[in-house]
Ligand binder design. Structure first.
Ligand code: HEC
Ligand code: HEC
Ligand code: HEC
Ligand code: HEC
Ligand code: HEC
Ligand code: HEC
Ligand code: HEC
Ligand code: HEC
Ligand code: HEC
Ligand code: HEC
Length: 309
């Protein structure tokens, strides 16, 4: 009876197809077992060697030794509790693999909180200072929704692959970045993390800098004041006129002039103008208001009060 079972185990383990023996348990049952094992400190004596007796045929498991977490020096897991630094104490799991281990990912039975606290146990630093209050944490996005550790190189740290991972959940931004005007994200020349900290920040929308404008200035330094003649909404917030991810209008504008301008300026600022209201006048045709007010981000010209020069 035993022999065929063992063969089946080896074959399926090597293809990673075997269902977890504890898949029929509720998350509560699994968490109770894990808590008990942690409280009692039921770590194995053999470390990774013991685990690999059963798991070494799984290429994915072995790939951890090709990446940073497989290193045997410094603060690496392998220099300490090894596999159990992440998967928790072995307890009775070595008796046929039936007792739950702390598992990770979309099909895990371990709570997202517990998964994340394992990673944060070693990665609580300046970059993740705001993780706890971040939208991702509150929405139960796990570290391993973005990161992989049983790999030589974590794909999300490759700039060419980041946007695809983010937009696998953020479909609205994916649609926007393919619109007529956008930041060069569709060619992966720019990444979401150029503006956002995926681990959260003190700024709304988890921006890298303390405000929208400071975030924009980090690349568009020419738009930074002070200018002799400022245009109030520009200093106030670039988002008054621009949308960051993409727009059907040129220059990432939320609307086209004159509509853009008329959200704040009344339609009759030029009541005495010699032009008619007809659509093709200098006021509404072509660049519209911008035909004359070309220094829309502010002017340094002595006579630039009306943002014309
Ligand atoms: C006696 C064999 C055996 C030993 C020893 C063993 N395991 Fe397992 N383990 C299993 C079996 C069987 C499964 C369920 C099938 C599978 O996923 O391969 C399993 C599943 C797992 C899973 C869940 C995999 C998933 O699909 O998410 C993790 C994590 C795990 N083991 C980690 C460990 C760690 C860490 C050790 C060492 C501390 C260890 N195992 C020791 C047999 C073993
Ligand atoms: C740095 C934390 C970490 C360490 C150390 C670690 N694992 Fe994992 N393990 C994970 C995560 C996270 C996953 C989910 C898959 C992924 O992200 O790569 C996982 C997945 C697994 C799986 C399921 C693989 C599958 O086929 O889906 C097994 C089995 C496993 N680990 C066993 C081990 C063993 C054995 C060791 C020690 C040699 C080990 N792990 C070391 C974090 C770790
Ligand atoms: C026992 C400590 C420990 C645990 C637990 C741990 N890590 Fe790490 N991790 C490290 C060390 C050490 C490095 C090497 C770089 C460094 O010194 O920060 C590292 C590096 C990384 C890196 C950068 C990788 C690179 O290629 O530069 C990422 C991403 C990462 N870990 C994610 C995770 C995630 C996700 C988890 C939870 C599944 C996790 N870590 C659990 C110790 C740990
Ligand atoms: C929404 C996706 C996402 C989530 C969730 C996420 N990360 Fe990251 N992480 C990234 C990206 C993207 C980078 C690369 C950042 C960059 O290039 O500026 C990164 C970088 C890292 C690094 C290496 C560079 C550094 O910042 O020190 C570590 C370590 C890390 N993450 C750990 C974690 C841990 C721990 C968690 C869970 C608490 C986590 N990450 C959750 C996307 C994510
Ligand atoms: C597993 C799904 C998932 C992945 C992958 C993911 N996110 Fe999110 N993200 C969410 C959810 C859920 C929310 C909250 C609801 C919303 O705003 O869509 C969110 C919210 C955000 C927010 C708004 C934050 C706030 O504080 O208001 C930003 C910014 C963000 N994500 C950036 C990123 C970036 C950058 C990446 C890639 C590095 C990424 N996300 C990957 C699920 C994900
Ligand atoms: C050029 C900078 C920049 C880049 C690059 C960028 N964002 Fe944003 N993102 C912003 C700003 C600024 C906001 C806040 C918008 C506002 O307040 O009007 C924002 C808001 C968000 C929000 C919250 C949206 C909402 O309506 O609340 C999400 C989610 C988001 N970004 C995801 C992403 C993702 C995913 C990527 C990569 C595909 C990305 N961002 C790339 C600047 C950027
Ligand atoms: C990481 C650098 C970076 C950041 C941060 C950044 N941008 Fe950009 N921006 C670029 C690049 C690169 C281009 C493309 C320039 C080109 O094509 O010549 C661009 C182009 C633009 C354009 C012109 C788009 C078009 O269709 O021609 C606007 C408008 C713009 N950015 C506004 C913003 C705003 C608003 C912010 C802040 C929310 C911001 N940018 C943050 C790098 C950045
Ligand atoms: C009052 C509306 C308004 C605000 C606020 C605004 N912009 Fe603009 N921006 C425009 C208009 C209109 C254009 C198109 C200019 C043209 O067609 O000559 C433009 C074009 C741009 C461009 C591309 C052309 C160029 O001049 O380089 C960038 C980059 C840009 N804006 C960045 C910013 C940044 C950064 C902020 C915040 C500091 C900001 N804008 C705030 C209206 C605005
Ligand atoms: C979000 C609101 C807002 C938008 C959109 C906006 N403006 Fe303004 N604009 C202001 C405010 C506020 C002032 C300062 C008014 C004051 O000091 O009395 C101003 C000042 C001006 C002035 C200088 C007036 C003066 O003589 O002091 C001109 C010219 C101007 N805007 C043109 C435009 C044009 C053209 C557009 C469209 C491309 C535009 N504005 C879009 C809010 C806006
Ligand atoms: C043909 C050139 C021209 C066009 C087109 C034009 N303006 Fe002006 N605008 C001016 C001049 C010149 C002044 C300054 C002289 C004055 O005070 O009338 C001015 C002044 C202003 C002022 C300041 C008025 C005040 O009361 O101090 C605002 C606001 C303004 N324009 C908005 C707009 C908007 C919005 C549009 C588009 C609907 C627009 N302009 C189109 C030439 C133009």
């Amino acid at each position: 009876m035993r022999r065929p079972l063992a063969i089946a185990l080896v074959i399926s383990a090597s293809f990673g197809l075997q269902a977890k023996p504890w898949s029929d348990q509720t998350q509560e049952q699994v968490m109770n077992t894990l808590t008990h094992k942690f409280e009692q400190g039921l770590y194995s004596k053999k470390g990774a060697d013991g685990c690999l007796m059963c798991h070494k045929k799984n290429d994915k498991v072995m790939a951890i030794f090709d990446g940073v977490h497989g290193s045997q020096s410094g603060h690496s897991p392998m220099a300490g509790l090894q596999c159990e630094a992440c998967h928790g104490p072995q307890g009775k799991h070595n008796r046929g693999g039936k007792e739950p281990m702390l598992d990770f990912g979309a099909n895990a039975l371990t709570s997202v909180d517990a998964q994340n606290s394992v990673c944060m146990g070693c990665h609580q630093d300046a970059e993740r200072m705001s993780w706890h209050a971040s939208t991702h944490n509150l929405e139960e996005v796990s570290c391993v929704s973005c990161h992989q550790v049983h790999v030589a190189e974590d794909p999300i740290l490759d700039k060419q692959q980041q946007n695809a991972t983010c937009t696998s959940c953020h479909s609205e931004q994916k649609m926007q970045m393919h619109q007529r005007s956008s930041h060069p994200m569709r060619w992966d020349e720019m990444q979401c993390s150029d503006c956002h900290n995926p681990h959260g920040s003190l700024t709304e929308s988890s921006l890298n800098e303390v405000s929208v404008n400071q975030t924009c200035y980090s690349c568009h330094a020419d738009k930074r004041g002070p200018k002799l003649w400022e245009h109030q909404p520009v200093i106030d917030n670039c988002s008054n006129c621009h949308t960051p991810h993409g727009s059907v209008n040129d220059n990432l504008l939320k609307a086209r002039a004159p509509l853009l301008c008329q959200q704040c300026h009344s339609g009759n600022v030029h009541a005495s103008r010699p032009y008619g209201d007809s659509g093709d006048s200098a006021f509404t045709g072509g660049g519209s208001c911008l035909n004359c007010h070309s220094q829309i981000h502010g002017s340094n010209h002595p006579q630039g009060k009306a943002l014309q020069r």
